[in-house]
Ligand binder design. Structure first.
Ligand SMILES: [Zn+2]
Length: 167
C-alpha cells in the first residue's frame, strides 16, 4: 500500500469498516510511515474534538418541551391582554351607548319598549301563570347559564397565563 491509498482508507479504518486484509496491510504501512501516522493522529484528534463539541452542544432532554411551553404562555398572555382590551372597549362602548340612548329620542323609544316588555311579561304571568312563569324562568336560567359559562371561560384563559415558564 502506498501513502495515497492508505490516506483514502484511514477514515474507514477508524470506523472499523475495513476488511481484515486491508486492515492488516494498512497497519503494516503505518508501522513504517510517519506521514500516515501523523495523518491518522490528526483524524483521530479531529474526531475526538467533534465528539466533545457535539456532547457539549446537546440540548437538555426537555429543551423542546420548554420552548413550546414558553411560546404558549406568551401567546396566552397576549390573548388575555387582547381580551381585556376588548372587554374594556365594549364596556366603554356600552356606557357611551347607554348614556346617549337615555338622553336622545331613541332613549325615549327604548324606555317605551321596555315598558311594553314589562307589560307583556305581566300579561304573560297573569294570563297563564304557568306558561308565563315557565318562559320567565327559562330566560332567567339561560342568562345565569351564559354568565356562568363566560366566567368559566375567562378564568380558564387567565389561569395558565399566570404560570410563568423560564427556559
Ligand atoms: Zn504513508
Amino acid at each position: 500500500m502506498n501513502c495515497e491509498s492508505v490516506e483514502d482508507l484511514l477514515s474507514a479504518y477508524m470506523d472499523d469498516e475495513l476488511s481484515t486484509n486491508d486492515c492488516h496491510s494498512l497497519e503494516e504501512h503505518l508501522k513504517t510511515c510517519s506521514h500516515c501516522q501523523n495523518v491518522l493522529y490528526e483524524l483521530q484528534e479531529t474526531s475526538r474534538m467533534v465528539k466533545v463539541a457535539w456532547a457539549e452542544e446537546q440540548p437538555r432532554a426537555d429543551f423542546e418541551q420548554r420552548i413550546i411551553q414558553t411560546v404558549q404562555a406568551s401567546q396566552q398572555r397576549t390573548q388575555v391582554r387582547r381580551l381585556s382590551i376588548l372587554y374594556l372597549l365594549s364596556a366603554l362602548f356600552g356606557v357611551i351607548t347607554l348614556t346617549s340612548v337615555l338622553v336622545s329620542p331613541l332613549g325615549i323609544f327604548l324606555r317605551a319598549l321596555t315598558r311594553l316588555a314589562i307589560v307583556i311579561a305581566r300579561g304573560l304571568i297573569s294570563m297563564s301563570t304557568s306558561v308565563g312563569l315557565l318562559a320567565l324562568a327559562g330566560i332567567v336560567i339561560s342568562c345565569i347559564a351564559l354568565a356562568g359559562l363566560s366566567i368559566v371561560g375567562i378564568s380558564r384563559m387567565l389561569r395558565p397565563a399566570q404560570s410563568e415558564v423560564v427556559v
